[in-house]
Design a protein around this ligand. Structure first.
Ligand SMILES: Cc1cc2nc3c(=O)[nH]c(=O)nc-3n(C[C@H](O)[C@H](O)[C@H](O)COP(=O)(O)OP(=O)(O)OC[C@H]3O[C@@H](n4cnc5c(N)ncnc54)[C@H](O)[C@@H]3O)c2cc1C
Length: 846
């Protein structure tokens, strides 16, 4: 089943050799790294234990950003011919019902968003280019030992076929382990990878070579993600022009060898109408996928890159793309260190920038995989319904680089700092091409010409030392302009509200400014950032006041700051600000850290969904959060209570999160300042009654409780007293009694009826008029949270048909109720009931 690959001419291995950089491993990351370093003039030696290029495909998908690095290496055109763009991704059921179609198009990096290719064909191109650039590759040679001193590092190696051969020592300024997931270099350094909460997954990968690559396959027009809880799979015209890829996830306990047997492979391909008459199975192998991250990527002069530093499930086809990102990030920094422009410690920014990016990406892959590959019928049903409703996960917002040579420290989706710079087609001197073809290295890319004398002498020295280029990309033709041929720069500048940005040598944005007059401060910020990380400027930099450095888009809170914290403790204000900021920024770990590690109950009382453990809840964030649109927001509108006795929060979730607007009251319990129980109550009518009825747990399985007995009652006595009096007065419809409990200027809002009343007497009269018809009248209070300032409570209705609900309550210093907000699922009441109840809010003529 394995194709043969011609053996490259092997260079004889001398006894000792010296070079600038020695690389262990000549997979795709080793090839790109070595080629990019050789392109910069360094002497690079690679040892690879295989005699030939690896003949089997693993990666099938590359993104546009990877193509941009191939462009830098000078092979993008050749790769483009071997690959094919991926334009459609259909999510289908086992019966081939198309639940959603994801369209992939132009990627912004100057290339298509995604490409499909056959890895051995791509590796051939990369290998030829690396050798052409002067890289020396020793095939059939295994690294056996890595050592280092203060200023050199060595790789001791030997031909794989000759145990008795003399050992060779390669002496280098730096050694890079690009030696894959089971990295020998990483193990030599004693670096243990962290497992990132993903149970290893076995998957049978079949590569199929079609006899006629021009032939249409009716069942397989493009790439299909089969959302089949019985056997999740991926299938597609997936590998370049001639090959198709099929991936089948194994059940726990399934025998990998039996499953990968050729007869079984053919059997599995039957569903795609493929038989030996159509082509050849190149191979069927079971791979085990893991999510791992090395905590360190550098030890002195020894570095890790690619799978040696991280692995991830294949869900988004990003493992190799991530390794190529490591390569382009590392190369310009290593260049600076090798040229003595920066301390060796400057290389630590590779880890700080890249590992945060990889970790976020792994979380996205795991979350997406859990959603697509779930075996749980109920979750699969919910997912399918959401997709049928058109609630398709938008293209995930890609992570940005972690801290390093990046201007903005805060993170939200609008920030361009630490993200790939745009690349569009420009024209200059009568020639049109992508901008990178004209401009490389550090660049200021601006929409308008920079005014003369913009920079101080000190700033100019920074620009000179870094050999900055200036790319003025404009609509209009002019002597020093690049013409923005497709208008892509114009669109990008407008979309982000900026007029210029600093582009790093690896084509990432350092920072951007709204006005050209802010550029000098951004250059100062760059100088400081480089210097702090270990750059050795050849001149004395002026001291810079960091307050002068204004960075676009570094807003502290990523949602409207209209929240009423007047009846919340300082601790509650801090906690909920932190929680909702992280949630709106789609930060899984930073959101989840607010929950108690050992005790969690989280429920949606309207839909009857619940998650009973910390791990399950984490799975929910991972499943949904990475796919929220960048405009999605979840934020508090009112908070009452504290982080000891519990709190009630009025929450707004904008429609981009779940497909409809949610305005909920959440009842929240704590232990050790961590959330132990969180229950959301909301009105399904606002979201869309039909959509809610599809998502709601069917009546026969609808939970009877909301986990109220999973936590202790910790509320203050003032809250218990107020709630008890309030509910007794409401139950009896006793207006006089109610008037006594409410503060004179109390407010009352029924979220489901959309009624609002002001003043204790008006509220009391309404309750009396509506008496006997309100869903919370006579209900059992099942749980109370809050302190003497306020909090909330939950009720179960007296009649099973009525909805359950929750309320947020604020109290004054005498214990009277100053506000009462109440919600429940109005979709559980019929239209007449709703109209009657809200009509009763109108004061009759008296
Ligand atoms: C089935 C499958 C599908 C995938 N799909 C995608 C996808 O669509 N898109 C994507 O981006 N990624 C994908 N990936 C991930 C991708 O294949 C890897 O991330 C990528 O190959 C890693 O490249 P690398 O160069 O870091 O490591 P490798 O490709 O593993 O190369 C490491 C090299 O080091 C050599 N080596 C190891 N130890 C020594 C030693 N002691 N001495 C000398 N040489 C040594 C090995 O022989 C090997 O050639 C997929 C992976 C699998 C398994």
């Amino acid at each position: 089943m394995s194709p043969t690959t011609s053996k490259p001419e092997e260079s004889a291995l001398p006894k000792s050799i010296s070079c600038d950089v020695a690389i262990v491993g000549y997979g795709p990351v080793g090839m790109v790294l070595s080629g990019l370093l050789a392109q910069r003039g360094f002497n690079v030696i690679v040892v690879e234990r295989h005699h030939t290029l690896y003949p089997l495909a693993r990666a099938g998908h590359y993104d546009g950003e990877t193509m941009r690095t191939f462009q830098a290496l000078g092979v993008a055109d050749a790769v483009e011919i071997a690959a094919q763009p991926m334009l459609l991704w259909n999510l289908v059921t086992a019966d081939m019902e198309v639940l959603a179609t994801i369209h992939l198009g132009e990627g912004g990096a100057g290339w298509k968003e995604s490409y499909l290719s056959y890895q051995p064909e791509i590796e051939k191109i990369l290998d030829a280019r690396a050798r052409e650039l002067g890289v020396t590759v020793y095939n059939g040679v295994e690294a056996l030992q890595i050592d280092q001193s203060a200023d050199r590092a060595t790789v001791t190696c030997r031909p794989v076929d000759d145990e008795n051969a003399e050992l060779t020592v390669i002496d280098a300024a730096f050694v890079i382990g690009a030696d894959g997931a089971n990295s020998f270099v990483r193990e030599s350094l004693g670096i243990e990878r962290a497992q990132l909460g993903f149970a290893p997954m076995d998957s049978l990968v079949i590569d199929f070579k079609l006899n006629d690559s021009d032939r249409e396959l009716d069942r397989l027009p493009e790439v299909l993600q089969v959302l089949d809880p019985e056997r999740p799979q991926l299938a597609g015209r997936w590998e370049g022009r001639n090959y198709s890829r099929f991936e089948f996830i194994l059940h726990e306990g399934e025998d990998a060898e039996e499953f990968a047997a050729i007869e079984n492979c053919w059997k599995l391909l039957e569903m795609w109408d493929l038989s030996p008459a159509d082509g050849e199975i190149e191979r069927g192998i079971v791979y085990r996928f893991e999510a791992t991250l090395a905590p360190e990527w550098r030890d002195g002069r020894i570095l890790l890159a690619g799978d040696a530093a991280h692995t991830m499930p294949p869900t988004m086809g990003q493992g190799l793309c991530s390794g190529i990102r490591d390569a382009i990030n590392l190369v310009w920094k290593l260049d600076a260190v090798l040229r003595d422009q920066a301390e060796v410690s400057f290389l630590d920014t590779v880890h700080s920038e890249r590992s945060a990016h990889v970790q976020h990406l792994i979380e996205m892959c795991v979350g997406l995989g859990e959603m697509w590959n779930t075996r749980d019928l109920e979750s699969a049903h919910r997912r399918d319904e959401m997709l049928r409703m058109g609630n398709v996960p938008p293209a995930p917002a890609f992570p940005r680089l972690g801290a390093g040579i990046v201007a903005a420290e805060t993170d939200h989706s609008l920030i361009v700092d630490g993200r790939p710079a745009p690349q569009g087609r420009v024209a200059f001197g009568g020639q049109a091409d992508r901008l990178d073809e004209f401009a490389s290295g550090w660049q200021i890319v601006s929409r308008h010409a920079l005014p003369d004398g913009l920079f101080s002498a000190g700033q100019q020295s920074v620009l000179d030392e870094l050999e900055f280029g200036f790319s003025h990309v404009s609509r209009g033709p002019g002597p020093d302009y690049y013409i923005d041929v497709d208008g892509e720069y114009e669109l990008w500048f407008r979309k982000h509200g900026v007029r210029a940005f600093i582009q790093r040598p690896d084509k990432y944005v350092f920072g951007a400014v709204a006005e050209l007059t802010d550029l000098p401060a951004l250059v100062d910020a760059l100088g400081s950032s480089l210097e702090d990380a270990g750059w050795k400027f050849a001149f004395e930099r002026e001291a810079v006041d960091s307050d002068d450095i204004s960075v676009v888009g570094s807003a502290r809170i990523p949602y409207p700051e209209t929240v009423d914290f007047s009846h919340a403790s300082d601790a509650a204000e801090q906690l909920f600000t932190s929680f909702f900021s992280a949630k709106t920024r789609r930060k899984i770990n930073e959101t989840h850290v607010h929950f108690h590690p050992d005790q969690v109950y989280y429920a949606d009382a309207t839909l009857g969904w619940h998650w009973d453990t910390n791990e399950e809840l984490r799975g929910v964030w991972k499943q949904y959060m990475p796919f929220w649109k960048s405009t999605a927001k979840s934020y508090p509108v009112q908070v009452a209570g504290d982080t000891t006795t519990g709190a009630a929060v009025v929450v707004t979730d904008t429609p981009e999160l779940f497909g409809g607007e949610i305005r909920a009251i959440a009842i929240i319990d704590f232990a050790d300042e961590k959330i132990t129980r969180w229950i959301d109550y909301w009105d399904g009518r606002g979201f869309g009654s039909d959509a809610v009825s599809k998502m709601r747990t069917p009546a026969e399985n609808f939970p009877d409780t909301v986990g109220e007995d999973t936590v202790d009652d910790r509320h203050a006595p003032e809250m218990a007293k107020a709630v008890d009096a309030l509910m007794r007065a409401i139950a009896s419809g006793d207006a006089a009694q109610l008037d006594k409990i409410l503060a004179y200027d109390a407010t009352f809002e029924d979220f489901a009826l959309r009624t609002q009343l002001r003043g204790s007497a008006a509220i009391a009269r309404y309750i009396k008029r509506a008496s006997g018809r309100l869903p919370y009248q006579g209900a059992d209070v099942i749980h109370i949270v809050g302190n003497a300032q306020g909090g909330g409570f939950e009720w179960m209705p007296a009649t099973p048909a009525a909805p359950r609900g929750a309320a947020i309550v604020t109290l004054n210093e005498t214990g009277k109720v100053t506000s009462l907000g109440i919600t429940y699922d109005g979709a559980a009441l019929d239209d007449d009931q709703i109209i009657t109840l809200s009509g009763l809010a109108v004061e009759p003529r008296r």
